[in-house]
Design a protein around this ligand. Structure first.
Ligand code: XMP
Length: 312
């Protein structure tokens, strides 16, 4: 906490020095990183910060509503909400290459921000919740994390990245120190490309809905069973292939839902979490009965490496 306090003071001073009386645009996803960056910037420059929450149609169930509630209503932040769902999903239609999907999502993000910036007078800076592992992995060429640079050259936003030297656990300590709500600071990380990377292959609206609904059930059950705070990340993945099953006495040729739950401290390595058998049986029962198009649930035991946390 003492180090966090010093870090905050230092960053607040650096932000003030870098930004002066200019305006800063922030992509506020509602995740830990961008939320902490928002809180740091609000502390440093208050209303000079314009938060833009882009709903790319790949967010988890209830997420856009929560971002509006916490930041606009509770923290009184200058927040612009943009529902760009159709725009993103149209561009992604038929695209099955993971890196292409990431590039499209990242590219659209930049464009949406540029459009918002043009509407707002005098935006000169773009704040980002880039953290150290994003930079490392981008440099190693493993994945093109969309929030680690990549701005088009004709765009003259200067970057403000106050948490770029931190690991995730350090970002959380800073968020605590800044007084952000506990459940927000300790919530599991969620990738920028969102549910898009949990819908392997070309994204379709129906399969995306199956990912969103199964994810909501998984989170609800992990919460109820006291697992939520103990596991680094947990989510569902719905690949393109179908298998034969039975529903209501009839042949059901449907997708399977893969449950991924991993333990990690710095996300560079991870192991599959141990979930009580009866909890998994109950989750399987709920997902196969409540989510349209799913007839099986599988559990992923793969550590990182050889897997990565996400499937794409
Ligand atoms: P992987 O799948 O590389 O994921 O083991 C490591 C961590 O990073 C998250 N992740 C992302 N976060 N933009 C982000 O902000 C991205 O493009 C991205 N891809 C993966 C992932 O959820 C995990 O926490």
């Amino acid at each position: 906490p003492k180090l966090a306090k010093a870090f905050i003071e230092e960053q607040v001073a650096l932000i003030k020095e870098q930004v002066g009386d200019k305006k800063v645009l922030l992509a506020l996803s509602g995740g830990v990183d961008s939320s902490v960056v928002a809180a740091l910037l609000i502390k440093a420059i208050g209303q000079q910060l314009v938060c833009v929450h882009v709903n790319h149609g790949l967010l988890r169930k209830g997420e856009p509503e929560q971002v509006i509630e916490v930041f606009r209503n509770q923290m009184n932040a200058n927040l612009v909400y943009v529902d760009a769902t159709d725009r993103f999903l149209d561009k992604l239609a038929g695209v099955d290459d993971p890196e292409k999907k990431r590039k499209i999502i990242g590219g659209e993000f930049i464009e949406v921000f540029a459009e918002e910036a043009r509407k707002l007078d005098g935006i000169e800076f773009l704040a980002q919740g880039t953290i150290w592992p994003d930079i490392l992995e981008s440099e190693e060429g493993i994945k093109a994390h969309h929030n680690a640079g990549g701005l088009p050259e004709d765009m003259d936003f200067e970057l403000v990245e106050p948490v770029r030297i931190l690991f995730k656990d350090e970002v959380r300590v800073v968020g605590d120190e800044l007084g952000l709500p506990h459940d927000m600071v300790y919530r599991q990380p969620f990738p920028g490309p969102g549910l898009g990377v949990r819908c392997p292959g070309a994204i379709t609206r129906d399969r995306l809905e199956a990912v969103r609904e199964s994810d909501a059930i998984l989170r609800e059950e992990f919460d109820k069973n006291g697992l939520a705070g103990k596991i680094w990340q947990y989510f569902t993945v719905v690949p393109e292939f179908r298998s034969t099953g039975i529903k209501n006495g009839k042949r059901a040729f449907e997708w399977c839902c893969i449950v991924r739950a991993v333990c990690s401290t710095d996300v560079m390595t991870a192991t599959a979490a141990e979930i009580p058998h009866e909890v998994m049986v109950h989750i399987t029962d709920r997902i196969t009965h409540e989510v349209a198009g799913i007839n099986r649930v599988l559990y992923d035991f793969t550590p990182k490496p050889t897997g990565t946390v996400e499937f794409e």
